[in-house]
Design a protein around this ligand. Structure first.
Ligand code: SAH
Ligand code: SF4
Length: 409
C-alpha cells in the first residue's frame, strides 16, 4: 500500500467537535466548584448583542443597561453583581437570580523564577484548564486554552495525552482572561497586551466558540485587546484556516514542525488529513490584511526535524508565504522519547534561515520550571509561591461570594 493511499484512508480527524460542549452526566451532585452556577445564564458566553437581547427581552430592562453591564464585566472586572454599583439594587438582585458572572474559577498557580505563571482554572464539571501569564518588560502575554485536552494527538505534546475531553464554552475561554487581569492588576504588572491561543487544545477544532471569544477579547467596549496582538495557533486545520479571515481579523500562527510528509505524518496525525503541500498552498493563497504575516511555528526535535536538510526544505516550503518563523526547542515532559536539540544545532538552524532572508526567531523557553512552557500544559507545575497562592485563594473567594478584591501579587 503506498504512502499516498494510507493518507487518503486515514481521515481520523473531524473538524466538527467530537465531544459535545456539555457532556451528559458531567454535573455530579455537589461537584460543582463554589462560585460557578452552570444552570444559570453564563453572561460571559454572550456576545455584546446577545447581552443586549438578554437584558431587554429576558430582564425587561432598558438597552443601555447592557452597555453598563458589559463595562462592569470586561473593563472593571467586577467580582460580583453587588460590586456593580451603577446598576439599581433590584436589577442586581434579578441578575443574580438568573445569571452568573463567572464561568471558571482560579484553582492553583505555579510560578517559574522568570515570573512566568501557570494559573489553573476549574470549570463547572471540575475539568481543569490552564492559562499562562508571560511577563516581559515591553509587553505581557497571556496564553489561553480553548479545549480540555486535545484531539490532535501530536506525539511531542503533553496535552495530546489527555485526548479531547470537551470543548470550552465561550465564557470559559474569555473568563480566563478576565481572571488573569484581576490577578495581575495593570497598576502593578503593566497592561495585558498580547493574547496567544496556544494553551491546551486546538482552537480551530472549537471554531465557533473560539471566534466568539476572540470577538469579546477585541471588542472596543470589551477587553479592548488590539486585533494586531491576538494570535490563534493551529496545527493546520485547512478548512477552518480558510474560513477564519472572513469571520475575524487576528493573527494566524501555524505549527508546521516538519518539512516532509513522512515525518509530519508521524508526529502530527492531522497531516494525514491535510498534508504539507495542501497546507502550504492554503497559506500561500489566503488573503491577509495589510502587512500581516503568518507565524510559522517549528518545534525543533533533536535528530527528528532539526537537520540542515530540514532547514533547506523549510526555506523552499516557505517561498511565497508571507511569514516569520518561530523556532521552539522542544520542551521536555515525562513519558516521551524526544530530545531537546543542542543549542548549537538550534543556532545553526536559525542562521541558515536568516541567511536566506527568512525572519527566524528562537522562542525563548519561558516557564519551563512551572511546566508552563509550550507543550507542557496538562500536568501540575512544580511550585506555587505563598503570596500567589493567597492571591488565587482570594480570587476564588471573590468569585464565590463576590466581596473580596484581589490585591497585588
Ligand atoms: N493546538 C495548537 C495550539 C496549542 S500548542 C497548535 O498546535 O498550534 C502551541 C504550540 O506548542 C504549537 O506550536 C506546538 O507545536 C507547540 N508544542 C507542543 N508541544 C511542545 C513541546 N513539548 N515543546 C515545544 N513546543 C511544543
Ligand atoms: Fe493539540 Fe497543539 Fe498539542 Fe498538537 S501541539 S496535541 S494540536 S495542543
Amino acid at each position: 500500500m503506498s504512502g499516498e493511499k494510507v493518507r487518503r484512508e486515514a481521515p481520523a480527524l473531524d473538524v466538527t467537535p467530537a465531544v459535545p460542549a456539555m457532556p451528559a452526566g458531567a454535573l455530579r451532585e455537589g461537584a460543582v466548584p463554589e462560585g460557578l452556577e452552570p444552570e444559570k445564564v453564563q453572561l460571559k458566553s454572550l456576545s455584546r448583542e446577545g447581552l443586549e437581547r438578554f437584558v431587554v427581552e429576558e430582564l425587561g430592562e432598558k438597552r443601555f443597561r447592557a452597555g453598563q453591564l458589559f463595562n462592569w464585566m470586561y473593563v472593571r472586572h467586577a467580582a460580583s453583581f453587588d460590586a456593580m454599583t451603577s446598576l439599581a439594587k433590584d436589577l442586581r438582585t434579578k441578575l443574580a437570580e438568573v445569571a452568573t458572572l463567572h464561568s471558571v474559577v482560579p484553582h492553583e498557580a505555579y510560578q517559574a523564577p522568570d515570573g512566568t505563571t501557570k494559573v489553573t482554572f476549574r470549570c463547572y464539571d471540575n475539568a481543569v484548564v490552564e492559562a499562562v501569564w508571560i511577563p516581559n518588560p515591553d509587553r505581557n502575554t497571556l496564553c489561553v486554552s480553548s479545549q480540555v485536552g486535545c484531539a490532535m494527538g501530536c506525539t511531542f505534546c503533553l496535552t495530546a495525552k489527555m485526548g479531547l475531553v470537551r470543548n470550552l464554552e465561550v465564557g470559559e475561554i474569555v473568563d480566563q482572561v478576565v481572571h488573569i487581569r484581576r490577578l495581575f492588576p495593570e497598576e502593578e504588572h503593566g497592561r495585558l497586551t498580547n493574547i496567544v491561543m496556544m494553551g491546551m487544545g486546538e482552537p480551530l477544532h472549537n471554531y465557533d466558540n473560539v471566534v466568539e471569544a476572540l470577538k469579546l477579547m477585541t471588542h472596543d467596549e470589551g477587553l479592548q485587546l488590539s486585533n494586531k496582538k491576538v494570535t490563534v495557533s493551529t496545527s493546520g486545520l485547512v478548512p477552518a484556516i480558510q474560513r477564519l479571515g472572513d469571520d475575524i481579523t487576528i493573527n494566524l500562527a501555524v505549527s508546521l514542525n516538519a518539512t516532509t510528509d513522512v515525518v509530519r505524518d508521524a508526529i502530527m496525525p492531522v497531516n494525514r488529513r491535510w498534508p504539507i503541500p495542501v497546507l502550504m498552498e492554503t497559506l500561500r493563497t489566503i488573503p491577509l490584511k495589510q502587512r500581516r504575516r503568518i507565524t510559522i511555528e517549528y518545534v525543533l526535535l533533536g535528530g527528528v526535524n532539526d537537520t540542515m536538510d530540514d532547514a533547506a526544505r523549510l526555506v523552499k516550503l516557505l517561498k511565497g508565504v508571507p511569514c516569520k518563523v518561530n523556532l521552539i526547542p522542544w520542551n521536555p515532559h515525562p513519558g516521551t522519547a524526544f530530545q531537546r536539540p543542542e543549542p548549537e544545532q538550534v543556532a545553526a538552524f536559525q542562521e541558515y534561515l536568516l541567511a536566506r532572508n527568512l525572519n527566524a526567531l528562537i522562542r525563548e523557553t519561558r516557564g519551563i520550571e512551572a511546566m508552563a512552557a509550550c507543550g507542557q500544559l496538562g500536568k501540575p507545575g512544580t511550585r506555587m509561591p505563598k503570596r500567589l497562592r493567597l492571591q488565587v485563594e482570594a480570587a476564588q473567594q471573590a468569585s464565590a461570594d463576590g466581596a473580596a478584591e484581589i490585591g497585588a501579587l
